[in-house]
Design a protein around this ligand. Structure first.
Ligand SMILES: NC(=O)c1ccc[n+]([C@@H]2O[C@H](COP(=O)([O-])OP(=O)(O)OC[C@H]3O[C@@H](n4cnc5c(N)ncnc54)[C@H](O)[C@@H]3O)[C@@H](O)[C@H]2O)c1
Ligand SMILES: [Zn+2]
Length: 386
């Protein structure tokens, strides 16, 4: 009886947070199963379009935590699973790795109806999503994101790709998944540093579209060590993840392939962010670079007269509160400016920024000359000292 009650209670709790969110697109819409427990993943794979063969693509950090569990679930639902493990981190997001994994697809006789299931953070979903889009001109792709950043951002929206030494995500595709499966509990093993990375993108969503989300983030009390862990944030994380997913999916629905200039707003903090990430590799991770990018781009906004100084300071304070980098003192500005030209928003050699007007409202397509960006970044370094 007690067991039944506990089971029943768990079921009720899950039902409260389990949400099936539809991403409606002109060609291929899909669902995000949010807050679903891993155990239910097998039920989602019974449709005819899914063949028997599944490649489980993950990294060597994630596999020991969840790899065997996922394999067991898939085998139980009648799948023939094989795993491919790559080294963790950005170093695996390259064309060499793409070729290696694709050869593995062929060696294992994957066909058009096979599934490539990614279990990992944004590196794994970007890599696996890209491979799914090109192997046999497209196979079923199912991301199971295991980092906060991937749950709120990287696994949604259909952008896949890998890096070149010149810049981030320079080779890639738009390729929508069959569905996305978000189990919050997978975040329980995530180190604090990685939770922070996710907060960087959540802060971005607040800045571009939701004063309310920015307000919630500002009201979270943080003090002491190791407070940004899953267990400490368990109550608030589902709300933050849902709000972020809703913002991203709404923007993507309006401009799936970034042709209408609407999706560009998701790149707030990313023009400088990508330049910092690539010019300071491997010290600066994606989330860290985006955090610094948001500070820099809000300073740029203030200096160009688009927003008040308070907007810049409130963004900087929030970034600082979540333990993310906020100072330009260690940034090699010349090197960073040198890589800006490879940004995908560059048109006719002109750098285009998404800048902030006020919290919840940004302006895209703002052209700023390279020399001016450099000058303003040097000013921010001076400003920090005063
Ligand atoms: N396609 C998109 O729209 C999009 C959006 C945002 C970011 N990205 C890309 O995502 C990447 C960054 O993603 P990320 O921050 O998730 O990095 P990541 O995939 O490198 O994961 C970060 C680290 O966490 C470890 N890890 C993952 N899940 C874990 C878990 N549950 N428990 C313990 N350890 C775990 C990984 O092994 C890795 O060491 C970048 O390459 C960025 O360009 C893509
Ligand atoms: Zn990002």
């Amino acid at each position: 009886m007690a067991k039944f009650l506990i089971g029943h209670y768990c079921f009720l709790i899950y039902n409260l947070i389990m949400k099936k969110i539809r991403v409606s697109l002109s060609e291929k819409g899909y669902f995000i199963y949010m807050g679903y427990p891993l155990e239910k993943l097998g039920h989602m794979l019974t449709e005819n379009r899914y063949g028997k063969k599944v490649m489980l693509l993950t990294d060597t950090n994630v596999f020991p935590f969840y790899g065997n569990m996922v394999k067991k679930i898939l085998v139980k639902s009648g799948k023939d699973v094989f795993d491919v493990l790559v080294k963790p981190g950005e170093q695996s997001k390259n064309l060499r790795k793409v070729c290696e994994v694709i050869e593995n697809c062929a060696r294992n006789k994957m066909s058009r109806d096979s599934i490539l299931l990614t279990l990992g953070g944004g590196v794994i979903s970007d890599l696996g999503g890209f491979i799914s889009s090109i192997y046999m001109r497209g196979i079923n792709y199912i991301p199971v994101p295991t980092t906060l950043l991937a749950q709120v951002d990287a696994s949604i929206g259909g952008k896949t790709g890998v890096n070149l030494p010149f810049g981030k995500n320079l080779v890639g595709s738009f390729y929508q998944p069959s569905f996305v499966y978000v189990d919050f509990n997978l975040l329980s093993t995530l180190p604090e540093k990685e939770i922070k990375q996710g907060f960087s993108e959540i802060i971005k969503y607040g800045i571009i579209k939701s004063k309310k989300l920015f307000g919630i983030l500002s009201s979270i009390h943080i003090s002491g060590e190791k407070v940004l862990m899953y267990n400490q944030l368990k109550e608030i994380l589902p709300t933050l993840i849902e709000k972020s997913i809703m913002i991203k999916k709404t923007v993507v629905e309006k401009d799936e392939k970034e042709t209408k200039g609407l999706r560009e707003i998701l790149n707030f903090g990313h023009t400088l962010g990508h330049a910092i990430e690539i010019s300071h590799f491997p010290e600066m991770t994606h989330g860290d670079s985006v955090a610094l990018g948001m500070v820099g781009e809000s300073y740029l906004s203030y200096k160009l007269g688009l927003c008040k100084k308070e907007v810049y300071t409130s963004i900087k304070e929030l970034v600082k509160k979540f333990g993310l980098p906020f100072s330009y003192s260690q940034i090699k500005i010349k090197k960073c400016i040198g890589t800006l030209i490879y940004d995908k928003k560059v048109k006719d050699g002109k750098i285009r920024f998404v800048l902030v007007k006020r919290i919840g409202c940004v302006k895209s397509g703002v052209v700023v000359e390279k020399v001016q960006v450099e000058k303003i970044l040097r000013e921010i370094q001076k400003d920090e000292k005063t």
